[in-house]
Ligand binder design. Structure first.
Ligand SMILES: NC(=O)c1ccc[n+]([C@@H]2O[C@H](COP(=O)([O-])OP(=O)(O)OC[C@H]3O[C@@H](n4cnc5c(N)ncnc54)[C@H](OP(=O)(O)O)[C@@H]3O)[C@@H](O)[C@H]2O)c1
Length: 315
């Protein structure tokens, strides 16, 4: 995509999303240089990535790009490709060991910093007041940025209270635009909120059709904390990409299993951050805003819930 096409015109419009009550903004991203491929319908010349509004008023794209396991040149190219096809939300973490490659991909994309929404996460080894401040500086230096849009406590371990205090201060200094958590159970989030001066904006948790997290969903909605899905495709586990139920649903709309999964997250108002190293998949995963899963599709997908993590090794 030409650089000048990348300088996106950002249109904002409010709308009510099916099945949820949050107001959103649409960022229009011209994709006119891309041709139709695979299951995607690319007759359109523009796609739009709506945003959710976090509880501090910050808009965040509802669909972004995950980078876990991406390293080196593959990471640089994937991040740069993702940005070139329209992603603006990029998710990384200190523990992924790729912040410098993500930063290089961002630089290579040529997109202005302020057009991006960059998330990183504080690993458990760095928990505590002083170490959080240091770890934050390390992360932004590796990424080559002056601020983060979102900084999360990666796991509810160690000195969460000290960590949160440091994150609140970084937020107040304008170095982070929103602060939140990841992998927090409702009771752990409740506890944090007893002493937090600044309420967490978001909780990033494992969520996909095989682990739908209805309790966390209700709790986060009630608490006005945005839910974000990690591994929205269960990282391919449980043969998700050959699941017949999802394939049958997709066939009705000429959409792929990946697109059905991402549309399902979108209709629930959940931010999703799929990872891919393939440009064709990246484009396909953005093409979810021109169809709607029916009530009966949603009921069918509800039956796929195994109500158990697909990543027991991380428990
Ligand atoms: N907070 C946490 O504790 C936590 C934990 C895990 C993950 N995360 C975040 O969540 C992000 C996403 O999760 P994930 O990386 O575990 O996996 P994922 O996004 O659920 O799945 C990635 C896999 O799906 C494949 N894929 C992507 N698009 C596809 C398509 N259209 N058709 C077929 N296959 C497709 C990719 O292969 P190709 O490369 O071939 O496309 C890759 O193998 C991570 O990258 C990370 O940023 C956070």
């Amino acid at each position: 995509m030409e650089k000048k096409n990348q300088a996106q015109e950002i249109n904002r419009r409010r709308f009510l999303q099916t099945g949820s009550v949050f107001a959103a903004t649409a960022i229009f991203l011209p994709l006119s240089t891309y041709k139709a491929f695979g299951a995607g319908n690319f007759s359109q010349t523009e796609i739009s990535i709506p945003t959710v509004t976090l509880n501090n008023g910050l808009p965040m794209p509802i669909l972004g790009f995950g980078t876990n396991t991406l390293k080196g040149e593959i990471c640089v190219r994937s991040v740069s490709d993702a940005i070139s096809v329209g992603y603006r939300l990029i998710d990384t973490a200190h523990i992924y060991g790729n912040e410098e490659f993500v930063g290089a991909g961002i630089k290579q994309s040529g997109i202005k910093r302020e057009e991006l929404f960059i998330t990183s996460k504080l690993w458990v080894d760095d928990s505590g007041y002083e170490s959080t401040k240091k770890a934050f500086e390390t992360s932004i230096n590796k990424l080559g940025v002056e601020y983060l849009d979102l900084y999360l406590i990666h796991r509810p371990r160690g000195d969460v209270k000290g960590t949160w205090k440091a994150m609140e201060e970084l937020y107040e200094e304008g170095k982070i635009r929103a602060i939140g958590v990841s992998n927090f159970e409702p009771d752990q989030l409740d506890e944090l909120m007893t002493y937090a001066r600044i309420k967490p904006a978001l909780n990033q948790i494992e969520t996909h059709v095989f682990f739908q997290q209805p309790n966390a969903y209700d709790f986060l909605k009630k608490s006005e904390v945005q839910m974000e899905a990690w591994s929205p495709f269960a990282a391919g586990r449980n043969d998700i990409f050959s699941n017949q139920t999802l394939a049958d649903i997709g066939k009705q709309y000429n959409k792929s299993i990946a697109q059905v999964c991402l549309r399902w997250h979108y209709q629930r108002g959940i931010v999703a951050i799929p990872r891919s190293t393939q440009k064709a998949h990246m484009i396909e995963n953005l093409d979810i805003f021109d169809f709607e899963l029916s009530k009966s599709d949603i009921q069918t997908i509800a039956k796929l819930d195994l109500n158990i993590t697909q990543f027991p090794e991380w428990e």
